[in-house]
Design a protein around this ligand. Structure first.
Ligand code: LHQ
Length: 253
């Protein structure tokens, strides 16, 4: 098994698992990852996903031993994973436990909240082998860190340590190595009791904002807010506030 799936209370943990190759990606692994995300989506009890890597690395990108010649075919598969991560109607947390290189770095960046061990680094390694950042890298990088840093990362392919990645806004937080999984699990557990539909709508609005004018975005916010305000979690959130008690969100419509 190259992708391990564990059911936790309210969320799924998905672990990339080819530790002797730093969890480098294969076509089979891309398919397994997509299937695991599809199962999380189909499970009404699942309200968040936590992704991480087994062993000392998070993901070293495409497996350069098992790469074959069908580069475009591989990317069709990996791109489906990126699309699914962005469309998933629940938060996706990524715990980057070690080096994230090439497609592995950009797989992490496609997640909603990225934590990284302080010893981890992000390497847009593509330039070292004559490729361009893929699986969304050219889209995520300038949006997260700005044009100058995106170009430096893409062209120099140097490791960006987790703490600098946090300072640059590439990730949410760098965490002491021995606290990473504890912090990621606590975050996943917290998000698994959050108003899931509201979070999913916020995720959709933020992605749409990347290409919308303010005018269109205001319309979209109005419409999505209308949808959020029809959820039971909205009613519960307001009721709990007025009753001065913690809300009990169900994540259901
Ligand atoms: C690996 C790999 C690896 C195989 C480490 N493959 N074995 C997508 C789809 C379609 C087409 C093309 O491209 C793409 C996008 C991409 O992702 S292209 C970019 C591919 N990735 C890379 O270029 C990174 C290659 N790896 C490295 O530069 C280093 O391994 C890093 C900096 C990640 C880690 O360095 P170290 O901590 O020094 O570890 P290591 O190099 O000793 O690796 C440990 C083992 O893992 C080693 O095997 P060995 O048998 O010697 O112990 C490596 O050969 C193997 N490994 N990455 N991508």
């Amino acid at each position: 098994m190259t992708v391990l799936v564990a059911n936790r209370a309210g969320y799924r943990q998905i672990t990339l698992s080819r530790p002797d190759r730093l969890n480098a990606l294969t076509a089979e692994m891309g398919g397994a990852l997509l299937a695991a995300l599809g199962e999380a989506e189909a499970d009404p009890e699942c309200r968040a996903v936590l992704m991480t890597g087994a062993g000392r690395g998070f993901c070293a990108g495409q497996d350069l031993v098992e790469i074959g010649t069908d580069i475009k075919g591989l990317l069709v598969g990996y791109n489906a994973v990126i699309r699914k991560l962005r469309a998933l109607e629940m938060p996706v947390i990524c715990a980057v436990n070690g080096v994230a290189a090439g497609a592995g770095a950009n797989l992490a960046l496609a997640c909603d909240i990225v934590l990284a061990a302080k010893s981890a680094s992000f390497i847009e390694a593509f330039a070292k082998i004559g490729l361009i950042p893929d699986v969304g890298g050219t889209w995520f990088l300038p949006r997260l860190v700005g044009a100058a840093r995106a170009r430096g990362m893409a062209m120099l392919a140097e490791p960006l340590p987790a703490e600098r990645a946090e300072r640059w806004g590439l990730i949410w937080q760098a965490v002491d190595d021995d606290k990473l999984m504890e912090a990621a699990e606590a975050l996943a557990a917290k998000l698994a009791t959050a108003p899931t539909i509201g979070l999913a709508l916020a995720k959709r609005a933020l992605d749409a904002a990347e290409s919308n004018t303010l005018d269109r975005q205001l319309d979209l916010e109005r419409d999505l807010q209308g949808e959020a305000a029809r959820t039971r979690d909205y009613a519960e959130g307001v009721r709990a506030f007025l009753e001065k008690r913690p809300p009990a969100f169900t994540g259901k419509r």
